[in-house]
Design a protein around this ligand. Structure first.
Ligand SMILES: C[S@@+](CC[C@H](N)C(=O)[O-])C[C@H]1O[C@@H](n2cnc3c(N)ncnc32)[C@H](O)[C@@H]1O
Length: 289
C-alpha cells in the first residue's frame, strides 16, 4: 500500500472510540493530532538527522533487548523516519512501520530505497486504531512516541491487541518523576518546546498500562541522555516566546532541582537529561471469563 492509498484506507476505517484532545491556541481549539502532524512535518528533516535519533549503536540496544527470531513479523508504532523499523528489518522476516504524519514517512521510504531494503513497508495510520487484525504480529515496538499520545492507554491496548499471544510488546520512551509536581514541571517545559508533547509517564504508570494490557515484563533497562538545550530548541523549531519561557524554567531547575531532569550548566552551556526506560514484555493470553 502506498502512503497515498493508506490515507484513503485510514479514512475508510471509522474510529473505534473518539477521545479527542483539544489544545487552546489563543481562542482557537486545535485537535491534538493536528498538532502532532504540524510539529512532525516542521521537524521532520532535523529529527531524522539528529545523531542521537539515528545512531545505529543506540538503536541496536533495543534490537538486542527484543532479540527477534529471524522469521518474526514486526510492527513499529509511530515509526517517524523509520530508523528503528529499518534496523529491525535487517534481523526480521517482515517489518511494518506506521505513523500519523506523512513527512517523516517519506523520509523512511527514501532511507529504505537507498539501503535497498525489501522486507519493510511504511503506512499512514493512527496508533489509536491500528488497521491490523488481532494477533497479526510477533513483535510490536514503539520508541520515543508514548509522550506524544493523547491516549496512551488506548495505544498500548492496541499494540497488545495486534500482537500474538506469547509475542513481544516493547516500549522505549522518556519517563518523568514519580513525584507529581516534579513530573508536571518537567512536562511543562517539554510542552513549551514542542506543543505535541503530552506527558512523559512515570515508570510505574508505563508498567501499569502494559500490565493492564496483559503484557508481562520480561526485560527492563533505563539510561540517561544528556541534552544540550540550545540544540534541542533549534531542532524543535520552538517559537521565541515559548523558548524564553522554557529556558527560564530550566534555569530555575538548575538552581532549585524542580523536575528530576538533572538540569545543569557546564562551561556556560545549559543541559538537562532525558531519562529513558526500555520495557520488553510478553503478551499473555486473555483471562478466561
Ligand atoms: C519523536 S517521534 C519518534 C519516531 C520514531 N519512533 C523514532 O524513534 O525515531 C514521534 C512520532 O510519533 C508520531 N505519532 C504521534 N502520535 C501518533 C499517533 N496517534 N499515531 C501514529 N503516530 C503518532 C509522530 O508523527 C512522530 O513521527
Amino acid at each position: 500500500m502506498t502512503i497515498g492509498s493508506a490515507i484513503e484506507s485510514a479514512a475508510a476505517h471509522p474510529p473505534m472510540h473518539r477521545r479527542r484532545r483539544f489544545i487552546s491556541r489563543g481562542k482557537v481549539k486545535v485537535d491534538h493530532k493536528d498538532l502532532v502532524r504540524e510539529e512532525f512535518t516542521r521537524q521532520a528533516d532535523d529529527y531524522a538527522a539528529a545523531p542521537m535519533i539515528r545512531d545505529p549503536g543506540h538503536i541496536s540496544m533495543l534490537v538486542e533487548m527484543v532479540a527477534p527470531a529471524p522469521d518474526a513479523r514486526l510492527l513499529e508504532v509511530a515509526t517517524g523516519p523509520g530508523h528503528v523499523a529499518l534496523a529491525f528489518a535487517a534481523v526480521c522476516r517482515e517489518v511494518v512501520g506506521i505513523d500519523l504524519t506523512e513527512a517523516p514517512l517519506k523520509i523512511a521510504e527514501r532511507n529504505k530505497a537507498e539501503r535497498a531494503i525489501t522486507n519493510a513497508r511504511f503506512q499512514l495510520a493512527d496508533a489509536d486504531r491500528l488497521p491490523f487484525e488481532d494477533g497479526e504480529f510477533d513483535i510490536v515496538v514503539c520508541r520515543f512516541a508514548v509522550h506524544h499520545f493523547d491516549n496512551p492507554t488506548g495505544v498500548i491496548r492496541e499494540m497488545a491487541r495486534v500482537c500474538r499471544v506469547g509475542g513481544t510488546v516493547a516500549i522505549e520512551d522518556m519517563i518523568s518523576s514519580e513525584d507529581r509536581a516534579r513530573a508536571d514541571y518537567y512536562n511543562e517545559f517539554e510542552r513549551l518546546r514542542d506543543s505535541s508533547h503530552t506527558k512523559a509517564l512515570p515508570l510505574s504508570e508505563m508498567a501499569q498500562l502494559l500490565g493492564s494490557a496483559r503484557c508481562e515484563l520480561s526485560r527492563f533497562t533505563s539510561y540517561g541522555m544528556r541534552n544540550p538545550v540550545d540544540g534541542w530548541f533549534k531542532s524543535g523549531h520552538t517559537p521565541p516566546d515559548r523558548e524564553a519561557k522554557a529556558r527560564a524554567m530550566i534555569e530555575r531547575d538548575v538552581a532549585e532541582d524542580l523536575s528530576g531532569a538533572r538540569s545543569v550548566r557546564i562551561d556556560g552551556q545549559l543541559y538537562f537529561t532525558h531519562r529513558i526506560a526500555m520495557l520488553v514484555t510478553r503478551k499473555l493470553a486473555p483471562l478466561a471469563c
